[in-house]
Design a protein around this ligand. Sequence first.
Ligand code: TRP
Length: 328
Amino acid sequence: MAKPILISGIQPSGKLHLGNYLGALKNFVSLQNSGRYQCFFFIADLHSLTEESTPKEKAKQIMELVADYLAVGLDPKKSTIFLQSSVPAHSELAWILNTITPMGELKRMTQFKDKGGEAETTNVGLFDYPVLMAADILLYDSQVVPVGDDQLQHLELARTLARKFNSKFGKTFVEPKPLLTEIPRVMSLDAPDKKMSKSRPGGCVFLDDSPEEIKEKVKRAVTDSESVIRYDAKNKPAISNLMRLYGALSGDLMPDLEKKFQNMNYSELKLGLANTIANYFAPFRAKKAALRKQPKIIEKVLKAGNAKAQKIAAKKIEVVKKKIGVAK
Ligand code: TRP
């Protein structure tokens, strides 16, 4: 039997950080290397247009994200890596799905509400975002979609739309399932009650950061009052965040980490964490630096991936068009 199809995408909207890595990319690489799936990983550039940026920035963000994909270990020989906007069927299917999507479903999306859905000036793309995402997924008959829990509601819509289309026009789409994996909560180094995010650069370790930058940020991380190092997410959120990060990268389990640091102070923990992060991403930095010097490699990867995705998507959109009666 053919391996199940797996798809996921990331928006090109700025530098990736530890939260992005541990929440998505690390998982993409292990799913790819498990050999259990036919993997498609794309750059969700159309989605990213819902946020303000300049054409120059956008072009750069796209190239950077492909370089990130490759530098973390996504392998174009094993996975199809492509650019969403280069496959027109994504937009076409999104439009068709729009016509069977009730406004109410989109109005109650948490992400839409959080991003100012009520405002008159909010762009329609932000409203329609989940429908485009459904198109991304359904176009490839994807069975498995690794996403963070913030995207579960969107995935549920993709399932609903697949069912609705199938019952209206006959079996066409596969109902995709989310793939949730244990993801450590990565909080901001300067505010452990907030998610790590590029909007708080001081508390955010970017994958591209140099060892010096990493050391500086980790050194400045806030800590908790009592000086002993133990894992207690409720009463010691700051130290627990540092320990979770350490464990996520070193592979140490929490009891072993507590043992390792039992006679040490906070600054020793920070130094250990900074070194762990810096060493973990050393191969990433080297690979990315090499890719920056050879943008042709990135172009080649995208060209091949785009062609592969295009072939599958073009076939599927023809089937869809026939089903709804607009093509022969
Ligand atoms: N909305 C996703 C995110 O922000 C990105 C995305 C777009 C996606 N299309 C997708 C993820 C299709 C999985 C499948 O994380």
